[in-house]
Design a protein around this ligand. Structure first.
Ligand code: GLA
Length: 381
């Protein structure tokens, strides 16, 4: 990132295009909407020359839209979302949001650090989910940087301060998320956090993908998915991992070769599929390049669209959109029903703070938490 030029942001409506013609990606800052209390929610639209655009809004540092061309060149939105800030606040689906402080579940909404027990908000039965009632997804982030670099990438950084005790978590946390779109159509999402007291952090992005496109939405059961994971973490009835690391071989959880999602989604003989109402499980990624390993490849034959998710985290939650129940109006007034989108959320394992054998989510003062994930967009040949 040698030659990043940073732009002073003065006008909310200004179009920021640095030197025009030579640059392959632009960043445009615009107003998205207003909260009831008058708070303005801004958006930054990142776009490249190939028709890929990503819109990020300050409410929840949320990926509100991701448009990509299909194999015929038709551009459409491949993530679920809402048109207004009020809908994001009203619905419990975390569409496209940045999740924190701790993505996924913490059992009994409690954990201990160095002998001190912390009680979190129980917002999912007895358990804690996605940072609690006012997690990072419900907060208004501040745009701290919009940049373009000589390699043709455009980016936006959003930041927030989470005070000591927020949601029950210890430490004042300074968090930031940078979305960067490059000229190859890869969207990099870089999550960072620091703390002033020992705490836990597990940030991720909660986008729901549907590669058929938003205008002609078809259920994701016909998508093909590959996850390079030889094991997953089975759950109990509250979707908390039991602690077992189970081999995927011979189970509906074996996605090491591309599999049609619908092929085993209705397997009523598999206890884990039953407990999850489908897939809602943490996959333990096989050893690979720890700096950036493939977490999943998703393709849709009809449109030819493909995404690959890369991450530096040890696992990915595959959630097949089981709680989308047709009560959530999405963009353009489209109701999202069960299986209309799926999430691939790179992270540490759920309930890691209560499972000493799981990778640690601990963050000390003086350290920096970093989670870099990439969504590489394209079409299959
Ligand atoms: C996650 C969880 C799901 C569900 C959704 C939000 O991805 O794994 O169980 O809670 O968020 O509806």
């Amino acid at each position: 990132m040698s030659s990043i030029r940073t732009i002073a942001l003065t006008s909310a409506a200004a179009i920021i295009t640095l030197s025009g013609a030579a640059l392959a990606a632009d960043a445009e800052r615009e107003v998205f909407g207003t909260l009831e209390d008058g708070t303005e929610i801004e958006a930054v639209l990142l776009s490249n020359d190939d028709g890929v655009t990503a819109r990020v809004i300050t409410l929840g540092a949320t990926l509100q839209s991701l448009q990509t061309p299909d194999k015929r060149g038709t551009v459409d939105d491949i993530v679920l979302g809402h048109d207004t800030p009020a809908e994001y606040l009203a619905t419990p689906q975390y569409l496209g949001a940045t999740i924190g402080r701790f993505a996924n579940r913490i059992g009994d909404a409690t954990f201990s650090l160095d002998g001190t027990e912390y009680t979190l908000e129980a917002n999912d039965g007895d358990n804690h989910l996605h940072g609690g009632v006012t997690g990072f997804d419900k907060l208004v982030w501040t745009i701290t940087d919009v940049s373009e670099d000589d390699d043709g990438a455009a980016s936006v950084t959003m930041s927030l301060t989470s005070p000591d005790g927020a949601g029950g978590y210890p430490g004042t946390v300074e968090a930031s998320v940078t979305y960067m779109l490059d000229d190859d159509g890869t969207l990099t999402i870089d999550h960072r956090a620091t703390t002033d007291k020992t705490t836990i952090i597990n940030m991720t992005n909660h986008s729901y993908f549907n590669l058929s496109g938003h205008k002609d939405m078809r259920p994701i059961v016909s998508h093909d998915l590959m996850i390079p994971a030889s094991a997953y973490t089975p759950v109990d009835s509250g979707l908390i991992p039991t602690g077992e690391i189970r081999d995927v071989a011979g189970t509906p959880f074996d996605f090491r070769e591309p599999m049609r999602i619908g092929a085993r989604l209705r397997n009523g003989n598999d206890e884990q599929i039953m407990l999850g109402l489908g897939y809602d499980h943490n996959f333990v990624l096989d050893e690979g390049d720890e700096d950036m390993r493939l977490a999943a490849r998703l393709t849709a034959a009809v449109t030819g669209r493909m995404i690959e998710i890369y991450t530096d985290q040890p696992a990915v939650q595959f959630y097949s959109g089981n709680f989308l129940d047709g009560t959530t109006p999405g963009k353009g007034g489209i109701l999202y029903r069960q299986g209309d989108g799926l999430c691939l959320e790179p992270q540490v394992y759920p309930d890691a703070p209560n499972k000493p054998d799981f990778p640690s989510a601990r963050l000390e003062p003086g350290e920096e938490y970093v989670h870099v994930m990439k969504i590489k967009t394209g079409v299959t040949k």
